[in-house]
Each structure stands twice: as structure tokens, then as C-alpha cells.
Design a binder for this molecule. Structure first.
Ligand code: DX5
Ligand code: ZN
Length: 215
């Protein structure tokens, strides 16, 4: 059994049929559901917010893996946790350095797992001191904001650096341009969770697509 956690991104699902599209991946081997929250400020795109997370919670038993691509996440984590987010990942670049540990502790207090994410231009050393306190690091392999972009392979080198300094049970997740080939590349470097949007949802065989990521 593979221990890769596959988290399909519903950014590539049909927003008019989210329940159907979540059930589709749930019945075909998905481990988590990746929910991309964008605010039009931290990234140029706007997607979904708290009320949608609350509704999704009612239609799936899988953990909701909520990726906050928003400014000032400190202001919103209570609402997302109350809505049912199981994992709350914020961006290192969106929070002043002195507010990062308090935010990590706040998310834990809310009962969610905590992830910290870095954009392609952010060095892995920037987050090294937070590794003992988080459950997950999310390494972006595209500029956040849109699905369907091409995988940036040099970003994946950061996985090795993080894995070398990480506590044993740290989850390293990768997001952006993931398919069977790029997913394997990342897992070989030490990742153990893969987010995939277009690869899974544009596939004609979702079961095989998800299986191909469980390397
Ligand atoms: C991008 C999002 C991703 C996106 C990935 O900002 O964080 O989760 O859905 O899409 P693909 O897998 O198509 O690159
Ligand atoms: Zn994402």
C-alpha cells in the first residue's frame, strides 16, 4: 500500500456540480479533498469561501484540505475551522514573521491540522524554524492562482531540503502541475502528499489517474 496522500483539487471540478465531483473522487480512491481559497489580493483570482466549505462538509466524509491563498489568514481561520476545514494551510508570504507562530498555535487550538505553504520564489530555509510546529508543508510547484499550469521542476528540489530537516511525521505536500510523472518525481524527493486538479478532473478514467499518483 502506498502512503501517498492524494488530494484532488476541486478547482478543476464543475462548480455547479461540486457534490457530484467530490463523490467521483471519493469513490475512486481520493484521501483528502483539496479546496483552493483565493481572495483576489494574495493571488489574482477569486474562488470560494467559508459558506462553500460549510456545504462541502455535509457531502463528504473525507478530510477537507483547505489551501488559503489569502492575505491576512489570521482573520479567517476561526471561520474556516468552524465550517469544517480539517487541514488549514496558510502562505508563509501572507503573514508577518512575528505572527506566524501565534497563527500556527491558533489553528491547532481550533482543532485543525496546520500547514504552511511556500510560493515558487520562497526559499525552503525561510520556514525551517517552523517545521517542528506544523503538521504539513505545502511546496507550490506553480505560481498560486490558477489550475492547469506547467510543473516547475526546480521548485521540487526544495522538497529534499525540507525533508532533510523535518521531524519524522511531517507531511510534505506538492501542488501545481502534478500528474503521474511529476508526482513520482516529487515522491522520490520526499513528498508524501500530492494535490492534483486538472490531471484528475480532466481524466476520462479518474480511478486510474488517482491510482497513478499512489506511487
Ligand atoms: C493553484 C492551486 C492548485 C490547483 C492545481 O493555485 O493551489 O491546487 O488547483 O491545479 P493543477 O493540478 O491543474 O496544476
Ligand atoms: Zn492548492
Amino acid at each position: 500500500m502506498s502512503n501517498v496522500i492524494v488530494s484532488p483539487s476541486i478547482l478543476s471540478a464543475d462548480f455547479a456540480n461540486l457534490e457530484r465531483d467530490i463523490k467521483l473522487v471519493e469513490t475512486n480512491g481520493a484521501d483528502w479533498i483539496h479546496v483552493d481559497v483565493m481572495d483576489g489580493h494574495f493571488v489574482p483570482n477569486i474562488t470560494i469561501g467559508v459558506p462553500v466549505v460549510k456545504s462541502l462538509k455535509k457531502v463528504t466524509t473525507l478530510p477537507l484540505d483547505v489551501h488559503l491563498m489569502i492575505e491576512n489568514p489570521q482573520q479567517y481561520v476561526d471561520a474556516f475551522a468552524n465550517a469544517g476545514a480539517d487541514i488549514l494551510t496558510f502562505h508563509y508570504e501572507a503573514v508577518p514573521e512575528d505572527a506566524i507562530l501565534p497563527l500556527i498555535n491558533k489553528i491547532k487550538t481550533l482543532g485543525a491540522k496546520v500547514g504552511i505553504s511556500i510560493k515558487p520564489k520562497t526559499k525552503p530555509e525561510s520556514i525551517e524554524k517552523y517545521l517542528p510546529y506544523v503538521d504539513m508543508v505545502l511546496v507550490m510547484t506553480v505560481e498560486p492562482g490558477f489550475g492547469g499550469q506547467s510543473f516547475m521542476s526546480d521548485c521540487a528540489d526544495k522538497i529534499e531540503v525540507i525533508r532533510k530537516n523535518a521531524p519524522e511525521n511531517l507531511i510534505i505536500q506538492v501542488d501545481g502541475g502534478i500528474n503521474a510523472e511529476t508526482g513520482k518525481f516529487c515522491v522520490d524527493k520526499g513528498a508524501n502528499s500530492l494535490v492534483a486538479g486538472s490531471y484528475i478532473y480532466n481524466s476520462t478514467d479518474v480511478n486510474s489517474a488517482i491510482k497513478s499518483l499512489k506511487i
